[in-house]
Design a protein around this ligand. Structure first.
Ligand SMILES: [Fe+2]
Length: 261
């Protein structure tokens, strides 16, 4: 196969790029601070992959999880600065900001109180629970955040298996004022069939407010590339009030520090 044929067929393969989301609000692109990118080179390779599927802007959201990934505003900012310098040195255009994915654990209440969270633009925050068990204080945390003018977004609600036979809980979470973020890979069979089924039910009910890649590594990237060849996510989600682009616009420059400070 000649050079031009290869380029042509590669281009032809991607039918549904992800440019419609505007901004990826959930990923683990920062180097070597959680279970995501393992080095600057790895981060850059993932970023090139994202650009290849139409995503040119992202807010990195490393885990902040007591004991497992004990990141702070400082560790995240340092990793961010390192990566932004490396991108600039290599002349790679990619608009990157940073925030965090906060686990609802024993430490989170103190972080909220001490204003040590890492926020998304416009005072939004990404929160997650363990895949093994529900956080007992989920509703208290939602209330606490809202009371402080911070808008919680629950990451990948479709991935919490313990909710799979309790659809009503999703409505209760939304009614409590929490927004929901879909992992794009959940609409494929990447995680499992049950996750896909719940994701499609939530989509059908118009329950999602945001989407994200939750990109950690090359295997996720390959699966996202596959997604763009098979799934028209834009039209799949057309009845969901997806606000990634709005968040981007409200955030101004992503390079501005978005912490509460
Ligand atoms: Fe994540």
């Amino acid at each position: 196969m000649g050079f031009f044929t290869r380029i042509f067929s590669k281009k032809n393969k991607q039918i549904y790029p992800l440019d419609w989301i505007g901004l990826d609000i959930h990923n683990h692109l920062l180097p070597a601070i959680d279970d995501g990118a393992t080095s600057v080179e790895d981060s850059i390779s993932l970023i090139k992959g994202l650009k290849g599927i139409g995503i040119h802007e992202a807010i990195a959201t490393p885990h902040i999880m007591a004991e497992v990934h004990p990141n702070t505003q400082e560790t995240i900012k340092n990793a961010y600065d390192t990566l932004v310098t490396a991108l600039s040195d290599r002349n790679i255009a990619f608009d990157l900001g940073y925030a965090a994915e906060h686990m609802i654990d024993s430490e989170l209440s103190s972080l909220i109180k001490e204003k040590k969270m890492c926020l998304l633009p416009n005072k939004h925050v990404l929160i997650e629970m363990s895949y093994l068990q529900e956080s007992q204080n989920l509703f208290l945390i939602i209330q606490d955040l809202l009371g402080k003018g911070i808008q919680p977004i629950l990451a990948h609600p479709e991935r919490y298996n313990y909710y799979h036979h309790n659809f009503d809980i999703y409505r209760r979470i939304k009614d409590a004022g929490c927004l929901l973020q879909l992992n794009l890979l959940s609409v494929t069979r990447y995680y499992n069939d049950s996750v896909k089924t719940v994701a499609l039910s939530l989509i059908k009910s118009g329950m999602y407010d945001f989407v994200g890649t939750d990109l950690h590594h090359k295997k996720h990237l390959n699966a996202l590339e596959y997604l763009t060849t098979k799934y028209d996510t834009r039209s799949l989600l057309k009845n969901n009030p997806i606000k990634n682009k709005e968040l981007k616009e409200s955030g101004g420059s992503l390079r501005v520090i978005t912490n509460t400070g």
